[in-house]
Design a protein. Structure first.
Length: 409
């Protein structure tokens, strides 16, 4: 294993749950080095100094199509903003500016579309730069860090009941069933300005990071998240926790991203295993504080929204140009897919060899029937069908072989 590399094994999953008719959650994962969105399950490696990944989970609010629009706009705006922001800007400022851009976009869409006037969204995002992890939050979607068989909730719910617990009015176990437990104190797009809470910690070997909506955290306890995440692969762990939430009612949409990180380039400092000390708050949300409009978004992204940047012809030249390529090799899972194609070709070749024996076997059977006073009337039809199927199978094998070449470097 290369000592300069950090390896990321990540999965993202979403489910409508057992009660809702539509899914208002959204998530996105992006490799900011490659500049592209990643698939729902992936393995990727980068040199430590070049490691730059983004994970975003959002829970839409607003009913009808509003919640879906708000969460989709939020995750896409954050990704697009971070792809445009230069690395000379600090990770903290880039992440805050990106979420402020999402807030600006959702707020404007809400003002301009009567059918979307009640929409907003929560968001929790993780920006991983080298071995530094920045967690940003608006609302009550959560981030967890698992390290050395311990779990810590990195975010603080920006909700009514969370404030009651913090002030000693409610006990944590009472908050779980409080009638106003779903009341959040701020969300993306609900107001013109938003206060982004941010924490930071150093990524260590075998750390697990989880981002999720309250559809999961309301029904699956942190100790269960710890046990499942530590014992299963990221993809299997995601679906097991979703299934557990659905078994317990699944009243809301359920979405999470789970990433496991390893490699000799990451340290494993025993003294830093105390998670409370490992996580450092950089910006804290205070519901009693008047939220003023931040200048990070306009400072780093300009006054126009992402939509204007993307679709305004006068500013289209600001977008990074797409580099032509005739290969799919840059896709993070290319080596895995290439291996799958190889295995499929081997299987198809075996099937072809078996099928190629069948015409002769049909001939032998027909001859045996004739020698015993019987005539197989479908002989010619069957032989023709077998020959056509052999030709089709050969075409499928050739197509897979060609596809396999597309993943080569």
């Amino acid at each position: 294993m290369d000592k300069d590399l950090v390896f990321s094994n990540v999965a993202g999953c979403t489910d409508v749950g057992m009660v809702r008719d539509n899914n208002e959650d959204a998530f996105i994962m992006a490799d900011l080095v490659l500049g592209r969105t990643l698939p729902d399950t992936f393995h990727v490696s980068h040199k430590l100094g070049e490691n730059s990944l983004l994970f975003v989970v959002s829970d839409g609010v607003g009913g009808s199509n509003g919640g879906e629009v708000a969460s989709d706009l939020t995750v896409l705006a954050i990704k697009d903003a971070l792809l445009r922001l230069p690395k000379t800007v600090s990770p903290y400022d880039r992440l805050v500016a990106a979420i402020e851009e999402a807030n600006h976009l959702v707020w404007n869409e809400r003002q301009n579309s009567p059918t979307l006037k009640n929409m907003s969204a929560t968001v929790v995002a993780a920006l991983i730069e080298s071995n530094q992890v920045y967690i940003a939050e608006v609302g009550d979607s959560r981030a967890y860090l698992i390290r050395k068989n311990n779990i810590k909730q990195v975010t603080t719910d920006q909700s009514f009941v969370a404030q009651l617990v913090m002030r000693g009015i409610l006990k944590p176990e009472q908050a779980v069933k409080h009638p106003r437990r779903n009341v959040i104190l701020q969300s993306v797009g609900n107001k013109e300005a938003v206060k982004v809470a941010v924490s930071m910690f150093q990524l260590q070997r075998n750390d697990i990071i989880i981002l999720c909506t309250d559809g999961l955290s309301n029904l699956v306890r942190s100790e269960e998240i710890l046990q499942i995440s530590s014992s299963l692969s990221p993809e299997n762990a995601c679906w097991r926790m979703i299934q557990l939430a659905k078994e317990r009612g699944g009243q809301d949409n359920i979405t999470l991203i789970l990433g496991r990180f390893y490699g000799d380039s990451l340290t494993s400092d025993v003294s830093a295993s105390r998670l409370t000390q490992a996580v450092k708050p950089l910006a804290v949300y205070d519901p009693d504080e008047v939220v003023e409009k931040s200048h990070k978004r306009t400072k780093y992204l300009g006054s126009a929204s992402i939509v204007s940047k993307l679709y305004g012809s006068s500013e289209f030249q600001h977008l990074p140009r797409l580099t032509p390529t005739e290969t799919l090799s840059n896709f993070p899972n290319a080596s895995i897919i290439k291996q799958e194609c190889k295995m499929l070709i081997e299987h198809l070749d075996y099937c072809y060899q078996i099928l190629a024996l069948k015409p002769e076997q049909v001939e032998q059977a027909a001859q045996w029937l004739e020698s015993n006073g019987m005539q197989y009337t479908k002989r010619d039809v069957m032989l023709k069908q077998l020959q056509e199927n052999l030709e089709q199978l050969k075409k499928v094998t050739d197509t897979i072989a060609q596809l396999r070449k597309e993943w080569d470097r």
